[in-house]
Design a protein around this ligand. Structure first.
Ligand SMILES: Cc1ncc(COP(=O)(O)O)c(C=O)c1O
Length: 366
């Protein structure tokens, strides 16, 4: 029974699915928690230092609602350079989630439909329900491709918004250039708003990132520093789109989140100049690693060195070295270790690289 104080709007969604998964995981041996997108690297040092400096120099008051000039103007320059749209305006939000909430509040009327590609980021559907909208799900299983004909068929007179997330959470799928261009043009033709969640844009491994805003100047883009700079706890995001939409969101931010934390905004301006390509490369390598043959290639590196005998079967990997040491791994344990610790940190690799050097030195002396 609903507690008499609880508002009706909170009852249109629940979090029982998430609880079920946690209960299930509690019964598993050594599960890996991929439920929240927490990067496995820390906030880069210059960014941490910039935040400390901002705090120490007393930049601790409320920020301007639309964002501190130090960050907002830098973001505006970056957006202008990328898109060159006369009417594209930026504001700083309280995380990408803040941008998402404000988009829904600003655009979706009760009864409006919002098209979402399934599977989707956990917040999308509850937020549509919260503002009284109806989520219209388009199934993208099993290959997570966007079928433009199905999108065209799903658009009705009630459709207000299409939500695109590429690269996508939770699948990691990146929409093709044809899908992005097609969707952008379809939204423009049918006069439907297009929201592009670009929080993972830094993580395009096989082709450069492409925004639908390139093809549709009315696209609303939400983005942030949580994933690219591991700033998940700092709550820093930004939104850009047509000025009238952005002004409405800023008006609503004033009465909800108020502003993104001021010291974090100073640090965000520094973060924009930090090269994150090393982290991206680490993720790419781990992505590659989970492909079976890629894992095997890694295993075979050891076999290429003299003094190593390597045996791999479907389940286990055994490495015997010239010094009589024998190591055996379950293939899944090895893969799990690689995913958890990052490639630079794989004890096995380092251990064996040391041994390779030692072995080669010993051979030279003999
Ligand atoms: C697709 C997507 N959008 C938005 C967010 C929210 O990010 P933020 O931490 O900036 O609020 C996440 C976080 O996991 C996400 O995966």
């Amino acid at each position: 029974m609903l507690h008499p104080w609880i508002a009706q709007r909170t009852t249109t969604f629940d979090s029982s699915g998430i609880r079920k998964v946690f209960d299930l995981a509690a019964q598993m041996k050594d599960p890996i928690n991929l439920s929240i997108g927490q990067p496995d690297f820390d906030v880069p040092e210059p960014v941490r230092q910039a935040c400390i400096d901002a705090i120490q120099s007393r930049k601790n008051s409320y920020a301007l609602t639309q964002g501190m000039p130090v960050l907002r103007e830098k973001l505006q320059q970056q957006v202008d350079a990328e898109f060159g749209h006369a009417d594209r305006k930026v504001f700083v939000s309280s995380g990408t989630s803040g941008g998402l909430v404000l988009t829904m509040l600003s655009l979706v009327n009760p009864g409006d439909e919002v098209i979402i590609f399934d599977p989707f980021f956990v917040m999308y559907q509850p937020l549509v329900s919260l503002v009284g909208g109806t989520a219209v799900l388009i199934d993208t299983y099993p290959d997570f491709r966007i079928d433009l004909n199905r999108v065209a068929e799903a658009i009705t007179p009630r459709t207000k918004l299409i939500l695109l997330n590429s690269p996508a959470n939770p699948t990691g799928a990146t929409a093709t250039a044809a899908e992005i261009e097609g969707l952008a043009k379809l939204a423009a033709e049918r006069n439907v708003a297009l929201l592009s969640d670009e929080i993972y844009r830094a993580f395009c491994y096989d082709e450069p990132f492409l925004s639908p805003a390139k093809f549709n100047d009315q696209t609303i883009v939400i983005d942030g520093f949580s994933k690219s700079h591991a700033m998940t706890g700092w709550r820093l995001g930004f939104v850009h789109g047509p000025a009238a939409v952005i002004d409405t969101m800023v008006k609503l931010q004033q009465y909800t989140f108020v502003c993104a934390p001021q010291p974090v905004q100073w640090a965000g301006a520094v973060a924009m100049d930090v090269d994150v390509s090393g982290y991206v490369e680490q993720y790419r390598k781990k992505r590659d690693l989970i492909y079976e043959e890629q894992v095997e290639q890694l295993f075979h590196r050891f076999a290429e060195h003299p003094g190593y005998r390597l045996t791999v079967d479907l389940e286990s990997l055994t490495i015997a070295d010239a010094f009589g040491l024998q190591l055996a791994f379950h293939v899944d344990d090895f893969r799990r270790h690689c995913l958890r610790n990052g490639l630079d940190d794989i004890a096995l690799t380092l251990q064996h690289e040391d041994k390779i050097t030692a072995y080669e030195a010993a051979r030279e002396q003999a």
